[in-house]
Write a protein that binds this ligand. Structure first.
Ligand code: 5GP
Ligand code: ZN
Length: 118
């Protein structure tokens, strides 16, 4: 099904430029911007332009966008010099800490990242 735009969604608004964000990369399918509350020296969010609730929905309905998001994160990691490694995370559902229900990939790097996460 086609995605339903969500007029109250903060990431939909960032994607169309309705609210400001520090954009680091944009493609036809995705937009990447710095997290407002960074958890690492590099903390970028990559979101599909279209509104899907989580990563699995993107992969199912818009696989090209899912692929674009991951390749975009890789490109940003290279550009930001994260040669030692970085993490891509999709928090999915409240118990995993998802608070914004517009799919987003967290790209984290620039410090050592504990595993398993908290
Ligand atoms: P979640 O917890 O849903 O996986 O991640 C949501 C992320 O979005 C959080 O890391 C939070 O800091 C970030 N965030 C929430 N609102 C905004 C905003 O208006 N602008 C930016 N740049 N990041 C936001
Ligand atoms: Zn949205």
């Amino acid at each position: 099904s086609a995605p339903e735009p969500d007029k109250d969604c903060i990431f939909c608004k960032i994607a169309v430029g309705e609210i400001p964000a520090e954009i680091v990369h944009a493609t036809e399918l995705s937009v990447a911007f710095r997290d407002v509350n960074p958890q690492a020296p590099v903390h970028v969010l990559v979101v599909p332009r279209d509104h899907y609730e989580n990563a699995a929905e993107v992969a199912h309905w818009a696989p090209a966008a899912a692929s674009d998001m991951i390749a975009t994160a890789r490109d940003i990691a290279e550009k930001e010099g994260l040669d030692d490694g970085y993490r891509m995370v999709f928090n999915t559902g409240p118990a995993a800490g998802q608070t914004v229900f517009h799919a987003h990939l967290h790209l984290l790097g620039g410090r050592s990242l504990e595993w398993p996460p908290g």
